[in-house]
Write a protein that binds this ligand. Sequence first.
Ligand SMILES: Cc1cc2nc3c(=O)[nH]c(=O)nc-3n(C[C@H](O)[C@H](O)[C@H](O)COP(=O)(O)OP(=O)(O)OC[C@H]3O[C@@H](n4cnc5c(N)ncnc54)[C@H](O)[C@@H]3O)c2cc1C
Length: 457
Amino acid sequence: MKIIQELQNIVGSNNATSSKSQLYCYCRDASQVKGMPEYIAKPSTTDEVVEIVKLANKYDIPIVTRGAGTGMAGGAVPIKGGILLDMSGMKKIMSIEPENLQAFVEPGIVHSKLNEALEPYGFFFPPDPGSSEMCTIGGLIGNNGSGMRSVKYGTTKNYVLDLEVVMADGMVINTGSKTLKSITGYDLTNLIVGSEGTLGIITKALLKIHPLPKMRSVMLASFEDAELAGEAVVKILANGIIPSACEILDETTIKALKAYDPGLEISDAGAILLFEVDGTPNAVNDGIETIRDVCSSIAFEIKTASDEAEAQKIWRSRRLVGASISRIDPKLTRVYMGEDIGVPIKEIPQMLSYIHKLSSEFDTPIMTYGHIGDGNLHTGMAIDLLNSEQIERVKKIADCIHKKAISLGGTVSAEHGIGAARAEYVEAEKGNALKVMSSIKKSLDPKNILNPGKMGV
Ligand SMILES: Cc1cc2nc3c(=O)[nH]c(=O)nc-3n(C[C@H](O)[C@H](O)[C@H](O)COP(=O)(O)OP(=O)(O)OC[C@H]3O[C@@H](n4cnc5c(N)ncnc54)[C@H](O)[C@@H]3O)c2cc1C
């Protein structure tokens, strides 16, 4: 029997296909990485996933698990063909238990839908990616993603208690426990979190949830240059204030945003910092006052949102960054090349000035923005897709940025993942630890069926 027929026998004829037009829909994620699957299968249950894994073993073909395909490193792109496992159909919320601080979900649920379901209980799932309306919980766990609020609340790994995982041979395991603390055995939960579909397929997730803060307040500070903004962040954190968000927009980003929407209420500045503080009213007021004190001697303008409508206006500038990137120079056919480095907090000013130096050396505008409060900076460059000189130039810039981050004790990916896009840097960052990772991969997936060619393993 043909593989496609066997897949259709497992998931039903409407949920498996090898039609070229469907395959094309799965050949990219939000990165530049490309790869064509041979089959698509959309399972609805753990048993179906197990059967698909057994089939992949029988024919020795790869399985690439995909949530929503919003990843920015090619993690869900099938670069070696095989079966693309689309998990978006497994999206049930099995239970929400505020008294246990837990929610039990299938991996295909979209992040924002989970938070909508938690809100009536007065709870939320804190990791807060910019792609909240699209990305899945499985993809977030696969990448150990985070976002705006990780400076205070940490990353996805801090909220995963237990995972049901289908391993490469079809065995189903539970990695953790229903308790908030458990130290029995190796920490398999944290092995699977961030493993980008290379070690197992997550079919259920028990998540820790957090009470919604009583109050949130938003503030914006404008600086002459990005290095000054970096210094302000270092001082604020050293003063013991942990904002629930601390984002930077540099001068190139501000220009692109203003070109995209001239109505945005942000000043022409060398850099803008956007702060959110949450908690009890007293804690929020104290936090905002301390941030104002620190910024007042460094920033040339400070604005605090007086109500929710103003806060949302401020947040809008941050949310439009991705969309505005093409406005750096709208004359050309352009493509977004985004990086995701992280550096220790006190190295932020040095990293920012290095990026600015690169921008003038290579005569290329570089948008720098991101979750500066935890040292995570994104750089966006836009180029003419048909111009090979520009493509090479941008690759060189990205290479310099990655190497600089490593030299400062940082990382080539703080939240977007390694996938295929950054695999070449894992050895430089991790050294001998990569050998250990490769032996874990070999031992758990000896036939290299799960997401081959990713993460450098
Ligand atoms: C506009 C935009 C803004 C973004 N902002 C942020 C941000 O602020 N923070 C951030 O962290 N990321 C951000 N991202 C990146 C991306 O949204 C996240 O990495 C997200 O977690 C990916 O989720 P997904 O469902 O799209 O996963 P996919 O891209 O489909 O997959 C991501 C990885 O997880 C694996 N995977 C998916 N499901 C499973 C599963 N069930 N079992 C095992 N492995 C699985 C895949 O194989 C792949 O390696 C952004 C992306 C965009 C386009």
